[in-house]
Design a protein around this ligand. Structure first.
Ligand SMILES: NC(=O)c1ccc[n+]([C@@H]2O[C@H](COP(=O)([O-])OP(=O)(O)OC[C@H]3O[C@@H](n4cnc5c(N)ncnc54)[C@H](OP(=O)(O)O)[C@@H]3O)[C@@H](O)[C@H]2O)c1
Length: 301
């Protein structure tokens, strides 16, 4: 049997794009999906669920590398930590039994300590579970990923679109290192071909470090909107998550944990991956323009 790559989370924001990029690179790909999904071209799909371990051996047969792009926040806030833990443990066990050589995981950037959100802690726990398996794990850590359909991007876009005046908590000054979705996909594909990334953890970020305020102001300027931001000290991230939840199209189960994480700085600690997988990073404004264009042509996603 031809050795292939398995993409889990293939129906998601990152997964769909990665499947297309791998297929374009001539990599034999299989997608794990919970319900039937159409992918462009000839891509093999297998119906399975990481929370149902009996569905995994068939998906993993003949697989040398697994991309782990699953998170279960969309299934509701309650218990997402437990579900994500269980999903990662099931994958680890099944991958070991199937003789998988590598797992490539895209998770969140951020440090442990004060203000550390439950969402980031859970993403880190998943990393630890996957890294403890009997194969080589590559862990890529990213902050906000800019692209049409990405939860964090859509939240920021909706705020800028609907609110010309924003009374915000202090998190608007928190620094972040956003990255274009196209650059994330290049890193994910690059890791497959760059053996030196096996068993390693890398921070991945775009070329600019910006506060959330700067990101919203630049997004407003690029979309021709007026925006006045007034930070006030009394609004906690928890409180702001309620009004943000009212404005954005993102489900509260996803929006609230993400907003709770906004108080913590998310900036790359190191840039080693730039030497292993070099390419010119997409500037922030260009990433925004690309995301807005993609949105107008959803067939391209
Ligand atoms: N988006 C960002 O800005 C961002 C930033 C940094 C890091 N990341 C990381 O990137 C990775 C992918 O995120 P994303 O934004 O692409 O997420 P997403 O669009 O919400 O996709 C999540 C995927 O997980 C699948 N899934 C959930 N539970 C599953 C289960 N039990 N079994 C099998 N599949 C299951 C979903 O399938 P269904 O379609 O069936 O629900 C979906 O395909 C995550 O690890 C995330 O932490 C994302």
């Amino acid at each position: 049997m031809t050795q292939r790559v398995l993409v889990t989370g293939a129906s998601g924001f990152i997964g769909r794009r990665l499947v297309g990029a791998l297929a374009d690179a001539g990599v034999p790909v299989r997608c794990l999906v919970r319900r039937p999904v159409e992918f462009p071209g000839t891509v093999e799909t297998v119906i399975g669920d990481l929370l149902e371990p009996l569905t995994l051996p068939a998906a993993l047969a003949g697989v040398h590398t697994v991309y782990y792009l699953v998170h279960s926040m969309a299934g509701g806030r309650a218990e997402f930590v437990r579900r994500d833990r269980e999903a990662a443990e099931n994958l680890r066990r099944a991958a070991e039994q199937a003789g998988v050589r590598r797992v490539i995981y895209l998770g969140g950037l951020g440090e442990t300590g004060a203000g550390f959100s439950g969402h980031l802690a859970s993403r880190l726990e998943v990393a630890g579970i996957l890294q403890s398996g009997g194969y080589a794990t590559t862990f890529l850590r990213a902050a906000i990923i800019f692209g049409a359909g990405g939860a964090s991007f859509e939240m920021i876009r909706a705020l800028v679109q609907h609110l010309p005046l924003m009374i915000t908590p202090r998190w608007v000054s928190t620094r972040c290192q956003p990255i274009a979705v196209g650059d994330v996909i290049r890193y994910l594909v690059g890791c497959l071909f760059q053996e030196a990334t096996a068993g390693e953890t890398f921070d991945i970020g775009g070329p600019e470090i910006l506060s959330y305020r700067e990101m919203m102001e630049r997004l407003a300027a690029l979309t021709g909107r007026r925006l006045t931001i007034v930070p006030v000290p009394v609004l906690t991230p928890r409180l702001s998550s309620y009004w943000v939840g009212l404005i954005t199209p993102v489900k509260p189960a996803i929006a609230i944990p993400l907003i709770e994480g906004l108080a913590s700085e998310v900036v790359c600690r190191e840039n080693r991956i730039r030497e292993l997988i070099p390419f010119p990073l997409t500037p922030f404004d260009e990433a925004v323009v690309q995301a807005l264009q993609e949105e107008k042509t959803p067939g391209n996603l």
